[in-house]
Ligand binder design. Structure first.
Ligand SMILES: Nc1nc(=O)c2c([nH]1)NC[C@@H]1CN(c3ccc(C(=O)N[C@@H](CCC(=O)O)C(=O)O)cc3)C=[N+]21
Length: 297
């Protein structure tokens, strides 16, 4: 019988603990602040940013949100980041990716003060993560570690395959898995959508992290009996639903469930964890910048 990990329930538990930390900071006169910038007319980005702002309200974090015209200049966005870097109310800054094609996304990420980089995407924070001297873990990989912990899935000595090599999930996830740390110490292979004999590689895995951005790419015949499957997919596929789309993961859920012992659903798996860990990183940033200690979960 396959265990389906309830990411929403685990995320809610973490957010409740993070809210307690935010309340402690408020008692000490520090209200954590998260600034989000949306410069896109992509429907999904608007959904995610509004979810993040709603989560701030529910967590006791002050949400400051800016929407920029997608046609605006790159300089406009960079100046907005400068303003948030200098704003003492703001402890965390998130520029919703992707930014429009005419904007250099690397320049955007590097403009954010590393102390306020609650995505963990700034090169300084990526370097810290790779060397095991982490300031902020990127939200989705950290959320996946928390899911594995909650489901009591050990990574120590296991074979993990990460499918996808993005800067926001695949690469940091692989780095966390190889480190000498809880929910690390795994022998890890990083594949991508054009890896030769991908099925051969995924069949060697005890744990498969599917983060390639390809709907239902991972099927049961690509998995070994009894493995754990973490589906990071956030694909919107046109459908006759109220929203006009349905959310489909990178894993063919039914087919994969015939082989996997443990699997995460889409929606309701990794997604809610990403939001929870953004709240976690924002409270951590407020603690680091104010010097007020908190005990995060
Ligand atoms: N600077 C930046 N940081 C990000 O962390 C970031 C980003 N840009 N750009 C886009 C991706 C994607 N992302 C998601 C967050 C929550 C859900 C989530 O909660 N999904 C719900 C469903 C939500 C829906 O209904 O569409 C679920 O899976 O249950 C999904 C995806 C954060 N991202």
């Amino acid at each position: 019988m396959t265990t389906i990990i309830d990411g929403k329930e685990i995320a809610d538990r973490i957010r409740a603990d993070v809210s307690d930390c935010a309340a402690h900071l408020a008692d000490e006169g520090v209200t954590p602040g998260l600034a989000t910038v949306l410069m896109s007319d992509d429907g999904a980005s608007e959904t995610y940013v509004s979810m993040k702002q709603r989560a701030c309200e529910e967590t006791g974090i002050e949400g400051i949100h800016r929407v920029l015209d997608p046609e605006a200049s790159a300089e406009t966005l960079l100046r907005q980041i400068d303003d948030f870097n200098d704003d003492p109310r703001v402890h965390g800054i998130l520029v919703q990716m992707p930014v429009p094609d005419h904007v250099d996304s690397q320049a955007v990420l590097e403009r954010v003060d590393p102390m306020k980089d609650v995505d963990g995407f700034h090169p300084e924070n990526v370097g810290r993560l790779v060397t095991g001297n982490t300031r902020y873990k990127p939200c989705t990989p950290h959320g996946i570690q928390k899911l594995l912990e909650a489901a009591d899935i050990e990574t120590e000595g296991k074979d993990a395959v990460v499918v996808g090599r993005s800067d926001i999930v695949g690469k940091p996830m692989a780095n966390l898995l190889v480190q000498k740390a809880p929910r690390g110490n795994a022998t890890t292979t990083v594949c991508h959508s054009r890896t030769d004999d991908l099925a051969e590689k995924t069949r060697t895995a005890d744990i498969v992290i599917a983060a390639a951005g390809v709907p239902e790419m991972i099927t049961g015949d690509m998995l070994s009996e009894g493995c754990t499957v973490i589906d990071v997919g956030v694909n919107r596929v046109d459908a006759e639903t109220e929203k006009g789309y349905e959310l489909v993961g990178d894993v063919a859920f039914e087919s994969a469930s015939e082989k996997a012992d443990v699997i995460t659903p889409v929606p309701g798996g990794v997604g809610p964890m990403t939001i929870a860990m953004l709240m976690y990183n924002t409270v951590k940033a407020a603690s680091l910048q104010s010097g007020v200690d908190v005990e995060l979960p």
